[in-house]
Ligand binder design. Structure first.
Ligand SMILES: *Cc1c(COP(=O)(O)O)cnc(C)c1O
Length: 436
């Protein structure tokens, strides 16, 4: 697929630092010389002559054919993402889930394997638990924090390869898929170590880097082959549009991702790409500011009687704090904390006056959700308990408000959680049994 790329854009892409890339990366101006990126809200393109149309379909003429698989505004977003991530190629998608699905389904076939960390976003789990197995794809879930589990799971593949007569080689493709930090338990997977194990087993590593964002964590520098994002979250950052992106080696994107998107259609709308381009301009500022506030709030929450436990990668008591600080620049914009029971969590949510109840995240507005009854409702109670998603867990996505206002709101709301906790006597940290 030929793309419009000016020589100037190409040259500067390499030279600029990330914060500059986020403002200028990928910009291609039309003949009108607009300052802001142009919004090409068009589904198709006209040709000067039938010969030109023929040449474009043959890939001999550099130009757009149809916005399902190419649009100048979408290209600008993709190029800016490449510059930011340090990736060779990128494809925008309609949503984050479309990006995850495209990254996997563009290459998997019956008999292949996916080895994935167990702690994942709810829809990622549905894709792995319910959809992939229907197509004969084997899915092995491991404890993402335990390197021995990864080792064992990746070894299984080698054995299978040996049985089919190709010593040490896989009979099918193996893909490693993970999130770090995970949603909502904020588990940290050792990216460099897992990538090394995966590559030794001939597996490709796909990382869902939504929680950390490319500002705080650069998985490709630690060995990831492909990185996927929900652009809906921090990239937009203002809760307006859905979007996603797959980033990876040029060959993979050209040969696998592009035809999959072209012929199945999970494409990013030019309008959404335009919104996302604007979001990226302030991504660095927003993510750093929200992470600073989150670090303060995590400490604040840790001091509250009604809070049984705080999970925040930037806090010293996080089980993998040292690893988190090695592979992330800051602790991130998300905090999970436990108030002991569903009643206490609901009481807290009801009493909040500033922080809104929403399962979205990465927004300029702070948001709370109760994962056990929303994003991770589908999982069996035992599986939730296993993942540490107790009925008392609350996930807070920290926005850009004044930290003092957020503290006051949480302090006021926690009085509700505390009285609920008292009224019911001592509450278990991870209650067993039904969520509802
Ligand atoms: C939200 C989210 C997704 C899915 O993104 P959508 O844009 O909502 O489809 C995938 N992974 C993680 C970690 C997310 O938080």
């Amino acid at each position: 697929m030929a793309r419009h790329e000016s020589g100037r854009a190409k040259r500067t892409l390499k030279a600029w630092r990330p914060r500059t890339q986020m403002v200028h990366g990928g910009t291609v101006r039309s003949g009108f010389g607009e300052t802001s990126e142009a919004l090409f809200l068009t589904s198709g393109y006209v040709y000067d002559a039938p010969e030109q149309a023929e040449a474009r379909f043959k890939g001999e003429d550099p130009g757009y054919i149809y916005s399902r698989f190419g649009n100048p505004t979408v290209t600008m977003f993709e190029q800016r993402m490449c510059a930011l991530e340090g990736a060779e190629a990128a494809w925008g998608t309609a949503t984050g889930m479309a990006a995850v699905n495209a990254a996997l389904m563009c290459q998997l076939k019956s008999g292949d394997r996916v080895v994935a960390a167990r702690a994942l976003f709810g829809s990622n789990r549905y894709l792995l638990d319910e959809i992939l197995p229907r197509f004969g794809i084997k899915v092995t879930l491991v404890e993402g924090t335990d390197l021995d589990h990864w080792k064992r799971a990746l070894k299984q593949k080698a054995l299978r390869g040996t049985r089919t007569g190709a010593p040490g080689r896989a009979s099918g493709t193996t893909i490693v898929f993970l999130e770090t930090p995970s949603n909502p338990g904020l588990e940290i997977v050792d990216l460099a170590a897992v990538a090394k194990l995966a590559h030794a087993a001939g597996a490709q590593v796909i990382v869902d880097n939504v929680f950390a964002t490319p500002i705080l964590q650069r998985p490709m520098e630690m060995g990831a082959d492909v990185v996927v994002y929900s652009a809906t979250k921090h990239f937009d950052g203002h809760g307006r549009v859905l979007g996603g992106v797959v980033l990876g080696p040029k060959e993979f994107c050209d040969a696998k991702v592009m035809p999959f998107i072209r012929h199945t259609g999970p494409s990013l709308s030019p309008f959404n790409a335009w919104i996302l381009l604007k979001g990226l301009e302030t991504l660095d500022l927003r993510v750093r500011a929200a992470s600073e506030t989150a670090a303060v709030l995590a400490e604040f929450l840790g001091e509250q009687d009604a809070v049984k436990r705080v999970l925040y990668p930037g806090r010293k008591d996080h089980p993998q704090h040292a690893l988190a600080m090695r592979q992330m620049e800051m602790g991130g914009t998300l905090i999970s904390f436990d108030v002991g029971s569903k009643d206490a969590a609901f009481a807290l949510l009801r009493r909040l006056r500033l922080i809104v109840i929403s399962n979205n995240l990465g927004d300029s507005k702070s948001m709370v959700t109760h994962p056990a009854t929303t994003t991770h409702q589908r999982l069996a109670p035992e599986e939730r308990a296993h993942l540490g998603i107790g009925d008392g867990m609350v996930r807070l996505s920290v926005g850009l408000e004044d930290v003092e206002d957020l503290k006051e709101d949480l302090a006021h709301a926690l009085l509700g959680a505390k009285s609920k906790g008292k009224a019911r006597g001592r509450v278990a940290l991870q209650p067993r049994g039904r969520a509802r």
